[in-house]
Structure formats: structure tokens, C-alpha cells
Design a protein around this ligand. Sequence first.
Ligand code: PMP
Length: 431
Amino acid sequence: MSPPDRPEWSETGFPHIWLPYSQMKTTPRPVEAVATDGVRIRLADGRELVDGVASWWTACHGYNHPHIRAAVTDQLERMPHVMLGGFVHEPALTLARRLSEILPGDLGHVFFSESGSVSVEIAMKMAVQYWLNQGIKGRARFVSFRFGYHGDTIGAMSVCDPDEGMHTMFHGLLPEQIVVDLPRDDAGFEQFDRVLASRADEIAAVMLEPLVQAAGGMKFHDPSVLRRIAALCRKHDVLLVVDEIATGFCRTGTMFACEQAGVCPDIVTLSKSLTGGTMALAATVATDRVYDAFLSDRFDAALMHGPTFTGNPLACAAANASLDLFEREPRQDQAKRIEKQLLRDLQPCVGLPGVADVRCLGAIGVVQLDGPMDLNALRGRFVEKGVWIRPFGDIVYVMPPLVIEPEDLAVLTGAIIDVVGEWSAALSSGQ
Ligand code: PMP
């Protein structure tokens, strides 16, 4: 769209916004979204894009689902917000109970916050204080994994992949953690076993994204890897924190990725699809073992955390409505059907020059490239093709709303085949 066609609010507002993950000097002017519906995003110039990203993996039921809208509207009219300090309310308590019922094992104590990163910070505080409350000092470090990503706040950054987490730039600010390769074979597990054996007395917890390391490059691992890590945590009496922020709510084909490994972690973090992609809400959920360590006659054993909007009724109402939809509608089957179609329809990318790997798990499809990519150019091409697909790092991927119909999914995969095909041909011809 040429500048004179841009809406007035875009022209006057753009100089004043600081966008996420963007070099503001060189970033291309973003497209203006004005409305969403189902799996489509409408732009100010009237074009419509089929959405392959579900707004950073949140809009699992598609946009503007009438059931969530009705629940939020009703809550908005009665009580948009009231502090959770001193009050409780139905949306938060109902949501806490329902999450406890659907999470594995005895994960039954829910602490609400407003973003994934903050839920990770809370998990880290819980894990460290779990030991302190038992009189065990010095266990304040975390073991995390290369290619892991857990958020952008300081604690969360410290457990990200050191390169992605910009550990060097923020040296001195970030707590030093133990970041290791994700073990995938016997040799890897022996190495991991040795790290836990030699340093257990300084480790609070191991922190892992189950089955998919998402923002670190959509790297998958087998459920047996998660199972073996959980077993080693038990062996060395180290807590296991599982970050289901990206994987939770059917993204990998089961409600929670942990289920595929039969693992119940000590603490789990949830966000993104928790409200069906409508509102900011996150949860840090602990087992009885962790929770019980905070019960005491001493006040200072309590968890000292309380975000202003913790348990926001509007967000909890949205999340309860989202859980209704998971109960009523076949999201797991939809994720499995998406996996099947992605596996089939992305096949033409396999073997193209510059394509390193094509992989799918649940409603996640990934084409990994091995060659120079102009991310902005690729992103622009996808918009021209009428789809919203945003490559990052070395991957082109889709994580669409789980409700996407086969025809719309075919539009997404068709665009990937075209755009990756063009890129690959240009690579081969040395352009
Ligand atoms: N953990 C994981 C696994 C994530 O994918 C993300 C976000 N991409 C986060 C934590 C951070 O969540 P938020 O952006 O809501 O802070």
C-alpha cells in the first residue's frame, strides 16, 4: 500500500510505537490489521490473509469465537476486574479448578499472572523457595537447554539459549545458569546424569519445553527424551519445570505435551492458548509436593508474588470459555488431522536445494532452510500470496488455528511451496 492509502491513525501513530523484535531504523512498515474472523485477518487496504501463525500461537479456536466473545462480554458488564488480594471470584476459582482437573497428576495449585515470561519468573521463584523453605540453602541455579526459549524477562532470559538470550550482551545482569545440550541418546543422557550428579546441591530445577523447543527453532524431541529427563530429575532430587506455554492446549496433538511422555512435572507454566488467544493470561501450576513446602506458620515461607492483574476476571472468563470449547469441540482430532495434511502437503519441499529438513508435529509444520534468508523479503512474499506466515531464524513454519479447514491449510502449504521454491531456485542459480 502506498503511503497516501494508509489510514490516518497509521501515519500519525507509527513514529511513536516501538515494535517487538524490530530494528526500528530498517524494519519494513508493518501491514495494518483492522479485523479478524475465523482464520482470516483483514487489512486496512481490504486484503484478507489466511493466518498461519495464530497470533504467536494463541488463537487456537480461530479469531472472534462467539462463545468466548459472549463470555467476555457478560463478564465485562458484571465485573471487568477486581483485585485478587483479599477477594476471590468465580472466574478465577473455576479456572483454577478446571486446570487442576485437566493437568497431569496432582498439578493442582494455580498461580495466575499476565504473560508467559512472568509465569516462568514465578516458576523460578517457586523452585528456589521450595528448597529454602525446607532449610536447604544454595540451590538457586537452573539447568536449561540449548535452543530453549522461555521468555524475555531477566530470569526467563537466563534460561534461554545463550545466543538467543543474548547472554553476552547482558552479562552481569543475567543470573548464571547451567545451559546444556538437550540429551537425545545414551551418551547425551550419561553426560546429563553427570551434570545433575555433580551439581545437584546448587540446582533448584531443570527447565524444559516439552517435545518442541519452539521459539529456539521449532526443534522436536521424542517423548522418551522428556521421560528420561524426568526420571533423572527424580533420581537426583531436582525439581522439573515444564514450560507448556507454546505446546499446551493441543498444539502437539494432546492437550498437554507432557501427556505423551506420561510425565507429571513439579511445576508447569501455561499461557498463549489459555484464553483461546483473546487476552493476556498465564498460569504457574504446582504439585502438592511444591505447594506443601510453602505451608507454614511462618509468614515468610509464603510465595511473595502478586501481579496487579493476577486472576483478572475478564481473562479468566475467556479462559473458561476456551476450556468449554476444548470440551465440546474435537481440537485433538483437528490437531492430528492438521499434522497428517502438513506431512503430506509439505512433501514437495523435501530435497529442494537449501532445504535442510521438513518436519511436522501436531499442528506445527516446519521447513528448515540452510542458506542465506532475507527474512523481510520472504515475509513480504507471503503477504503478497495472501497468507500470514512469518519465517524466523532458519525456519519457515506454520502453527495455524486448530480449527483451520483443509482448504485453508492447503492455501498456507501452497504458499510455502511457492515461496520456498522461489528461494531455493534463486539459491541454486546463485542470485
Ligand atoms: N515460554 C515459551 C515456551 C514461549 O514460547 C514463550 C513465548 N513465545 C514464552 C515462554 C514467553 O511468553 P510471553 O511472550 O507471553 O512472555
